[in-house]
Design a protein around this ligand. Structure first.
Ligand code: SF4
Length: 249
């Protein structure tokens, strides 16, 4: 790594730590304010957040985050016991009728199985997944145990819990960077990975750059990608990494 890359890493880590240490701020998951209120209330309705995380597969995030809210409206409330009384077939009917997901059949089943798992393994309280200052590996592993949840969702969920909800964890070693399209593009243009690099290369590059918390680059790179480092015509002049970036566009 050359001096300029070292400087970029230093800036991004500083920015990431600032985001991690700033007080909790309401998260804007969707354009629907009521849904955001519900998803932010992990003290009273932690299952709504967990189930919404599970739906984040091959559809736009905005749509996925809304699913558990839409289901809550269908079943007359947000409390866990209401979800627990619904059969797999009833969920399937709701998913189909409201066209909640690209894969309605599979995701209705995963949604149902997720509720059953929260009932059996977490005593009807999804916050038991992250209670008691667990290791980051424990949180990621617990999310992975839900049907249909892969590494991408599990690390995204752990990252949101640590960084946004300020859930204490005893370490951040297993909170990887999320291979989001903006993050990917920024890492390539910064020269940390090649233009043809896979998601795995991105994940390992972040681990190499900051092993204590690889996911620390997530939000700052996502923000750079959204604001300045756009797919076409990046606004390098206004990007705060301009001085050091090799601009591999
Ligand atoms: S300087 Fe340009 S290429 Fe580099 S990260 Fe910023 S916007 Fe992207």
């Amino acid at each position: 790594m050359n001096n300029k890359q070292e400087k970029i890493v230093e800036i991004l880590i500083k920015k990431g730590k600032k985001l991690l240490n700033q007080p909790y701020k309401r998260i804007i998951f969707t354009k629907n304010s009521d849904a955001n209120d519900l998803l932010n209330d992990i003290e009273n309705y932690p299952h709504v957040f967990v189930l919404a995380c599970m739906m984040n597969r091959q559809i736009k995030a905005e749509r996925a985050w809304l699913i558990s809210y839409e289901i809550s409206n269908e079943i007359g409330g947000f409390e866990f016991f209401r979800f627990l009384t619904i059969s797999q077939e009833e969920f399937r009917e709701m998913f189909m009728r409201k066209n909640l997901h690209r894969f309605n059949d599979t995701m209705a089943k995963n949604f149902y199985l997720g509720i059953q798992k929260l009932h059996k393994d977490y005593n009807n309280d999804a916050s038991n997944i992250w209670k008691g200052k667990p290791r980051s590996a424990t949180v990621v592993k617990r999310f992975l145990e839900f049907k249909g949840v892969g590494v991408k969702i599990a690390t995204m969920a752990a990252n949101i819990l640590a960084r946004e909800f300020k859930i204490p964890m005893s370490d951040y070693i297993c909170i990887d960077i999320s291979p989001d399209t903006h993050v990917n593009r920024v890492f390539k243009r910064l020269g940390f990975i090649s233009k043809s690099a896979s998601d795995h290369e991105l994940i390992y590059a972040a681990r190499e750059l900051n092993p204590e918390y690889p996911g620390i680059f997530d939000l700052s790179c996502w923000e750079i990608g959204r604001k300045w480092c756009k797919p076409k015509k990046p606004d390098c002049d206004n990007c705060y990494l301009y001085r050091y970036c090799p601009r591999k566009i």
